[in-house]
Design a protein around this ligand. Structure first.
Ligand SMILES: [Zn+2]
Length: 410
């Protein structure tokens, strides 16, 4: 009779009974791949990743255990465009991954550039360390630099950051006056996408304007990714994607990697935080610029942070589940993944603010009716499939000559 009773239970209720050991095993067996982590902005300034990261989310102690692969962000801020320092910054960021992270901790990290490398690292119980450039201005309008970055190990590039560059429009400044826009990608921008296809570098449309997304999707002959985004139907933040975009990305085999930034996750947070950030900006600037004593300064900032949080509580793990679930309903379970944006956003869910808390997400997804196989796909299987497709397309294109255009020549 007991077995009949169990059969009568809905699937979600059965999964709910998973023991902690089972939940941990599912989480560990899945190759958890995070496609966006900004701890590199700290390591490049001297932060040692093996020490506790008290104000952020990423450190060695919390990466070890459940994380299979990390795409470290080679983030090049828009400010480096002035005076042409973008390539310099990109090279410094690449070096911090290779020197301060991989070479410094060889027992924990292994340099990786392919899907096979990631699987091999997982079998060796090491974290595969990969790189993605954030901000297409890093190539300084030259496909030669793009090829150099590929040679150094970069395996995706976000076509823009918050700034429109010389060949692609960004979502971040699309409605700001005084900025020359291109209506998506220029012809050189399309050459960038084609050369990325030829090299085997994933095209990332997070941060781009919607029209840039559509142009990139049409131009690319390989699946493309959103390395850290979400669904606009869940939170209207324009960094997120419309359902039409998610559907079209999925139809071409790509994957949307869900960001854990509170404003990406939750409409409630986005609606509350946006006006409050604006109204508290002056107080924050006064605390950071006018107070000289370091202890008094951090106390003032901490007080402002507490005030902010009391007025607008952070998003939660349940919001992450809701974003994943919506993306799955729209794009399918084969087209959703994880791109935390840890150490790159001001607010993440406190109940999912590090890699060692992922078993809680696994349990929540099981309770929602997701199978262990579904969870494996979302955590990394889908991204591995895209990487293999991008690698295969590059092999097919390898006999074609490198594209030689650049903006200066045109
Ligand atoms: Zn970003």
């Amino acid at each position: 009779m007991a077995s009949f009773a169990l059969l009568a239970l809905p699937l979600a209720a059965q999964q709910h009974k998973a023991t902690q050991a089972e939940v941990d095993r599912i989480t560990r067996d899945a190759i958890l791949i995070d496609t966006h982590d900004d701890v590199t902005s700290r390591t490049v300034e001297g932060y040692d990743i093996a020490t506790p990261n008290k104000s952020g989310q990423t450190d060695l102690a919390r990466m070890n255990g459940f994380l299979g692969a990390e795409f470290f962000a080679v983030y090049v801020g828009p400010e480096y465009v002035n005076g042409n320092h973008s390539a310099n910054r990109a090279l410094q960021m690449i070096d911090t991954v290779r020197t301060d992270i991989i070479a410094a901790y060889p027992n924990d990290f292994v340099f990786a550039t392919t899907a096979s490398d990631i699987v091999r690292a997982h079998n060796q119980h090491k974290i595969a360390a990969l790189m993605g450039i954030e901000g297409g201005h890093a190539i300084e309008d030259s496909l030669r630099l793009l090829r150099d970055y590929y040679a150094l190990g970069v395996r995706y590039m976000t076509l823009t950051h918050f700034n429109t560059n010389n060949w692609a429009d960004s979502q971040g400044d699309i409605d700001k006056p005084g900025i020359a826009h291109h209506n998506g990608l220029t012809s050189f921008g399309k050459d960038v996408v084609r050369e990325m296809n030829r090299l085997g570098m994933m095209v990332d449309i997070s941060h781009t304007a919607d029209k840039t997304f559509w142009d990139a999707l049409e131009t690319s002959s390989a699946p493309i990714i959103a390395s850290h985004s979400g669904c606009r139907a869940v939170s209207s933040y324009t960094r997120n994607m419309t359902d039409e975009m998610v559907k079209a990305l999925a139809a071409k085999g790509g994957v949307v990697q869900i960001s854990f930034g509170c404003d990406f996750l939750s409409q409630r947070y986005f609606d509350g935080a946006t006006p409050l950030q604006a109204s508290m900006r002056d107080q924050y600037m006064a605390a950071t610029l006018k107070i000289e004593d370091p202890a008094a300064k951090s106390a003032a900032i901490e007080k402002l942070r507490a005030e902010f949080t009391s007025k607008v509580p952070p998003a939660t793990l349940a919001d992450v589940v809701a974003q994943i679930d919506h993306a799955v309903k729209v794009g399918g379970v084969d087209h959703v993944g994880i791109g935390t944006d840890f150490d790159g956003v001001g607010c993440v869910p406190p109940d999912l603010d590090s890699y060692n808390k992922f078993p809680a997400l696994t349990r929540a997804l099981l309770e929602k009716g997701y199978s262990a196989e579904d969870i494996k796909k979302i955590y990394g299987g889908n991204l591995l499939r895209v990487m293999r497709a991008v690698e295969q397309r590059a092999r097919e294109l390898r006999s074609t000559p490198a594209i030689q255009s650049d903006i200066a020549k045109k």
